[in-house]
Design a protein around this ligand. Structure first.
Ligand code: ATP
Ligand code: MG
Length: 435
């Protein structure tokens, strides 16, 4: 979109307004600190809107994750109004207003698409730049991704303002891109992933023509910023839709471009669904668990749980799988280490009990998390189900040796040669796996 488009946006039909008595949003549902911010902006003569996902969620009767505020006050004006305000952002000055308990309310000045000649020469800078040009509320609605994400709630009139047809799409349970999907996906390919995310989260649908555009534009996502993809991927896990969204991504041919050739086998997708169910039951998801779940099936494919396979081989294979992913997404070594330990922990569990190094493995701090993952894996691969109870017992009581019958099954191995010193074998010392 450019200046011409911006002019056209301003000339288009008046927005649809839903007055207080026509919608279900009540101020009681809005966080009190957010209300304070909205009221103060309004009292000082500025437009003060609730914007983005919070209006969508309130209209759907869902609890918003956060409340974002949009205004026509400039960042400097916002700062003057609030003592507890900090301007953040390198170029786009976003106002963070801090309240007790580390609570932050984000206030953004309305923005618009920049003109073509305003864009920086470096295309990599475009995404950040397009976030940075002030505009009217209508232009601000049009720069957003989907119609249902572009609704405003005006604290001055308690009405909902719809410039883009989002209310109709909410009623039809439909995700519609603002503008031409081809152009908007090319402008920012992460929107393709977001489209699938909102479909899954809200149980909405995407029209066929948009699905076709995702299919044809899928390769573009490979060039999206890894940091943004990483963040959106974690959003999928937090919103318990990783299984559904990666399945849709696979069907649309987006998945291999999204995750460097990731296949998304049925077993992996089933495991991710179970991870989502676990999150839905109230267990918080973290990135190490998410990564281990993503790669567990491939890990077992490349490293079948055979008793003869040495742990160092399993470590090596786990590293080969996880390191490229973590490097690409700049994931901290601590997270990478935990993910790898979970894979190798599952490998140890799948081999059964009574093998060398079991005692130390049971005492290792990551082992209970490996068991959590392995428990889900055993639902995908029921041949492991019988091992779950024995490992749970063992973790509860690590000094207890395996039962006689389990012990008898395994021939005692004699150690050949001297014990290998720690720190060898190509793994950094701090990543040494317990044996
Ligand atoms: P939730 O916070 O519940 O995940 P949200 O809709 O608030 O959903 P955010 O990622 O917090 O999503 O973004 C806030 C708003 O910013 C969105 O509602 C949308 O209007 C706009 N937005 C976010 N990402 C993009 C994008 N890539 N392109 C255009 N607009 C975007
Ligand atoms: Mg949000």
């Amino acid at each position: 979109m450019n200046r011409e488009t911006n002019d056209r946006i301003e000339e288009m039909d008046a927005p649809r307004i839903m007055t207080r008595d026509q919608h279900c949003i009540s101020r009681k549902q809005i966080d009190e600190d957010v209300l304070k911010v909205l009221y103060r902006l309004h009292r000082k003569g500025f437009l003060a809107y609730l914007v983005g996902g919070s209006v969508r969620d309130l209209l759907l009767g869902r609890q918003p994750k956060d409340f974002d505020v949009g205004t026509d006050a400039s960042p400097a004006q916002i700062k003057r109004l609030f003592r507890n305000c900090f301007l953040v952002g390198r170029r786009f000055r976003l106002a963070h207003i801090r309240f007790q308990g580390n609570k932050l309310v984000e206030v953004a000045t309305f923005r618009r698409h920049p003109d073509a000649e305003e864009l920086p020469d470096d295309p990599d800078e475009h995404f950040h730049f397009v976030q940075n040009v002030f505009g009217t509320p209508r232009e601000d609605a049009y720069r957003r991704d989907f119609t249902i994400n572009a609704l405003f709630y005006d604290i001055g009139s308690f009405s909902v303002i719809d410039h883009v047809g989002g209310l109709e799409d909410l009623a039809q349970r439909r995700i519609r891109v603002i503008g031409d999907p081809q152009v908007r996906f090319a402008e920012d390919p992460v929107r393709m992933l977001r489209a699938l995310e909102f479909c899954a989260r809200l149980d909405f649908y995407l029209e066929d023509d948009i699905l076709q555009v995702i299919k044809s534009s899928a390769p573009l996502i490979a060039d999206a910023s890894p940091a943004r993809i990483r963040e959106e991927l974690m959003e999928l896990y937090r919103h318990k839709v990783s299984g559904k969204v990666l399945r849709m991504s696979k069907e649309l041919g987006l998945l291999p471009h999204l995750l460097g050739g990731y296949r998304g086998d049925e077993a992996s997708l089933q495991l991710l669904q179970l991870v989502d169910d676990r999150t839905a039951s109230g267990v918080a998801i973290d990135e190490a668990f998410a990564i281990a779940a993503l790669f567990l099936n491939r890990f077992f494919r490349e490293c079948p749980a055979e008793k003869e396979t040495h742990i160092t081989t399993a470590l090596h294979i786990a590293n080969e799988i996880i390191i490229p992913h973590c490097r690409y997404f700049s994931i901290a070594q601590g997270i990478r280490h935990q993910a790898r330990e979970m894979l190798v922990g599952c490998f140890r569990m799948a081999r059964g009990r009574g093998l060398r190094g079991e005692r130390r493995f049971l005492e290792h701090p990551f082992t209970p998390r490996s068991l959590e993952l392995f428990r889900l894996w055993a639902q995908v691969k029921p041949e492991h189900a019988a091992l779950i109870d024995t490992w749970s017992e063992a973790i509860k009581c690590p000094t207890q040796p395996p039962s006689d019958t389990e012990k008898k099954k395994r021939p005692r191995k004699r150690r050949r040669g001297p014990r290998r010193p720690k720190g060898r074998g190509g793994y950094p010392k701090d990543q040494q796996k317990v044996e």
